[in-house]
Write a protein that binds this ligand. Sequence first.
Ligand code: ADP
Length: 469
Amino acid sequence: MNIRTRLTLLFVLLVASILLLFSVSVYYLYDQFRQQEFEQRLAEKALTTVRLREDVGEVPRADLPVMADEQVTIYNNRGIVLYNQGRQRPRFPISPGLIQKITVKKPQYVRAGAIEAVGVRYTNHSGATFVIVASGNDRYGFSKLDRLRQILIFGWILCLFIVGIAGYLFATDALRPVAELIAQVNSISATNIHERLRVGRQRDELADLARTFNALLSRLEEAFVSQKSFVSHASHELRTPLTVMMGQIEVTRLQARSTNEYEAAFDGLLDEVKNMIRLVNGLLELARASADAATLNYQSVRIDELLWQAQSQLIQKRPNYQIDIDFENLPSQEEDLVIIGEESLLQTAFQNLMENGCKYSPDERVSVRLSFEPGQVQLTFANRGYGIQPADLPHIFEPFYRSESTMTIQGHGIGLALTQRIIELHKGKISVESVIGNETKFRIILPSPLAALPDSVGTTSSTKIVQQS
Ligand code: ADP
C-alpha cells in the first residue's frame, strides 16, 4: 500500500471515529432529553387526573391532553385500584414493591417496550395518600428520535465520502514534492551524474532530503570521475610503450638488419617491456592496497628490517643510488621495533619513497631517519634536489599525477598514490614538506603495536602538505 492510500485511509478513519463519537453522543443526549420531557408530561398528567377526581369528583376526558396509548391508574395506599382510565388493556403492570417505593419527592419511572410509565404519590387535604401511575407511548418523541438517527447516519456516511475525497486530494498534494523528487532522481544516471536535484526555497524535511541526496551525488561524481580518469590514465600509460614498441618493430622490419642492429632493437623493446611490467606491477599493487583491509595478511614485522630489505632491493636494481638509514633513538627492547602490518606492502611504500628521493635529486641520495615515540614510529625520507612546486603539492598523491618539472625523469605517477594508500591501510599518516631547489621531506607516522590493529581502511589516516620557499 503506498503512502498516499495509507494517509487517506488514516485520515478517513480518524475523522470517521470522531464523527461517530459525536453522532452517538448527540443521539444519546437527545434520547435522554426526550425521556425527561415525557416523564414530566406523564407526571403532570397523573397529578392533574388525581386533582380533578378529588376536586371535581370525575375526570372529563375531553379536557385532558391526549397521548398515544394513554392510561392513568389511581391506587390507594394498600395498592387497590381506585380508578383506571385508558383504553389500553391490560393495565400497565406495576408491582406492589414499586408502589411502596414511590414517594412524594421521588416519582418512579418504568418502561415496558414503547410504553413508559411514571408513578407519583399524592396526599389530599384530609391526609389520604394515593399512588397514581400514568403511562403512554411517546410516539412523537420516538419518531423525532428515529428521524435524528437517520439524519446522523446519512450525514456520517456523506461526511466520510467527502473526507475520503478531500483526504486523497490532500495526500496527493502533500506528496507531490516527493513524486517530483523521485522523478528527478530517476532521471539521473551515469551520463548526467553532474545534475543535481532542485532544492527550492523551503526549509522543510524534503529540502533537507534533496540537499542530502545532492551531497551524496557530489561524492559519487567525485569517485566516478576519478575512476574514469584512472582508467583513461592507465590505458594511456599502457598504450604509450606499446606504440613505441610497434614503431620500433615496424622500423626494424623495413629492411634487412645486421645482428648488432637487431640486438639494439631488441634491447630497446626489452626496456619498454620492463617499463610496462613496472607499471602493471604498480597497478596490481594499487589494486591490492585498495582491497578490503580485512583481506590483507597483517603480522608483526620489524620496521628496521623492512627498511634494510627495501634499501638492498632498491640498490640491487639501481646500484648508483645512495640510501642512508639513521636511527634516532633506538628503543631499549627489540619488541619496540615491531609494528603490525603487511610486510610486502610496507616494503613497497618505503621503496617508493627511497626511489623518489634518489630519482629527484642530482646526487641520487636519500636519508631515511627512524625515530620512536610512545605509541608511534616516525620515518622521514629526505633528499636535496629540485623540490616540488606549490601548485603540484596538493596533487602528487593522486594516481598518475606527475609534476611538469620532472617529466624528463622516468615514472608513471602511481608510486605516491600507492604509498599513501598503504599508509592509510596501516592507520598511519603521511605528510610532505618541500623547499624549492632544496630539501623535500616525506614524513610517515605509523601506530606502534600497542595501538589497535587496523579494522577499517583509512579512518584515521591523513595527508598533510607543507610548502616552504
Ligand atoms: P613518479 O615518481 O613515477 O612520477 P610518484 O607518484 O612517485 O610518481 O610521484 C609523483 C610526482 O611527485 C613525481 O612526478 C614528482 O614530480 C613528485 N615527487 C615525488 N617525490 C619527489 C621528491 N622526492 N622530490 C621531488 N619531487 C618528487
